[in-house]
Design a protein around this ligand. Structure first.
Ligand SMILES: NC(=O)c1ccc[n+]([C@@H]2O[C@H](COP(=O)([O-])OP(=O)(O)OC[C@H]3O[C@@H](n4cnc5c(N)ncnc54)[C@H](OP(=O)(O)O)[C@@H]3O)[C@@H](O)[C@H]2O)c1
Length: 329
């Protein structure tokens, strides 16, 4: 089968499309024919081994042989099931998230039936399903850690990225009042996603805003707790998708909760089947629809990486593996 393989860490050029052995499902696994996947910031991080700590998961000097095909999000069709599999059958259309084992940048992948996989939302195309789990699971991890509920006020910095565009929709589904920071070009987009108020960062510095919030969620990872502290209510929470330049956010998340006032949280995102089923429910109810920016064939995956690394993608970048990613389910 065809797969995008990398044998050393580095820039997008380290990834090349080549023939590799088709995987075989074990007793508890399903074999999925991949229709669509994405290139996201998580793939970029592992491919470049940035931050360095990622090497502990994929190989210290170079990617381990079993970790040489990246790709965390997928949608496709079950082609075979292991003898012990009971929850999926051949022909099921499935989607999911496989950070850790990876392998979605290929024509086929295997995943355990109890992993982060579910049947596709009834109203999704393959590309929509494939783009539904990375940004949303990082958004969900932060939203759940901060226990955000109906009526709370949240400021989302960077409401147009994969995580930000998911966060805005997930927060609205919970009934939060959401203020979104983005550039002038994307004001209409974030309004469509449900923003109650928009701050154009080209016209104003959001950290000087007069409002205060229960939560400031920096989905773009461009600010700091010290710059945002004045925006927080008395027991307000600061969330960020980045470690911070020093890198201070995980350390602040250990220290600030000890004082009982404004605090930083830096949750370790969890992905499991419940998460994928929760996202499926939101997609089917119309509360969440992933934003899709560009599409590339698998052979042009290095180009997709280059675009994602501009830091200017809108939502998600899809890899159309089999040439029918935009077809309805
Ligand atoms: N914690 C983790 O393990 C983890 C995993 C994945 C990603 N991340 C990090 O999380 C961040 C977001 O990831 P993502 O995939 O959602 O990002 P992304 O899709 O690459 O974000 C791109 C968006 O960021 C916006 N943006 C750029 N500069 C901005 C600024 N100064 N202020 C506000 N918005 C700005 C751009 O929109 P505008 O043109 O409107 O500015 C663009 O639409 C990244 O820094 C990524 O490295 C962390």
């Amino acid at each position: 089968m065809k797969a995008a393989v990398y044998t050393r860490y580095g820039s997008p050029e380290v990834v090349r499309t080549t023939e590799v052995d088709k995987p075989e499902p074990s007793e508890s696994e399903v074999l999925v024919k991949v229709e669509a996947t994405t290139v996201n910031r998580t793939d970029c991080g592992y491919r470049a081994a940035k931050p360095l700590i990622l090497r502990f998961f994929t190989g210290l000097r170079r990617p381990r042989p079993r970790r040489r095909v990246l790709g965390t999000e997928f949608a496709g069709e079950v082609e075979a099931v292991g003898s012990g599999v009971t929850s999926f059958k051949v022909g099921d259309r499935v989607f999911g998230y496989i950070e850790g084992p990876f392998g979605a940048h290929a024509e086929y992948l295997t995943t355990r039936e109890d992993a982060s996989v579910a049947t596709m939302p009834a109203n999704s195309t393959f590309e929509e399903a494939a783009a539904s789990t990375e940004g949303s699971h990082y958004a969900l991890a932060n939203i759940r850690a901060a226990r955000i509920s109906s009526g709370q006020t949240v400021l989302v910095n960077g409401g147009t990225g994969a995580i930000g565009s998911a966060a805005v929709q997930l927060l609205k589904s919970l009934g939060a009042h959401v203020t979104v920071v983005c550039s002038t070009e994307h004001v209409a987009l974030v309004e469509r996603l449900g923003a109650d108020r928009v701050i154009d960062y080209r016209a104003a510095d959001f950290t000087t805003d007069d409002e205060t919030y229960d939560v400031v969620f920096d989905a773009a990872g461009k600010s700091s707790f010290s710059r945002c502290e004045r925006l927080l209510k008395k027991k307000g929470i600061y969330l960020s998708t980045e470690l911070g330049p020093f890198p201070q956010n995980p350390i602040l998340a250990l220290i600030t909760p000890l004082f009982g006032g404004k605090k930083v949280l830096f949750p370790i995102p969890k992905h499991d089947q419940e998460m994928v089923k929760y996202i499926k429910g939101l997609v089917e109810s119309g509360a969440f629809k992933p934003v899709i920016d560009r599409r590339y064939p698998l052979d042009e995956i290095a180009e997709a990486y280059r675009y994602v690394e501009t830091g200017q993608k809108i939502g998600n970048v899809v890899i159309d593996v089999a040439g029918r990613a935009d077809q309805p389910r």
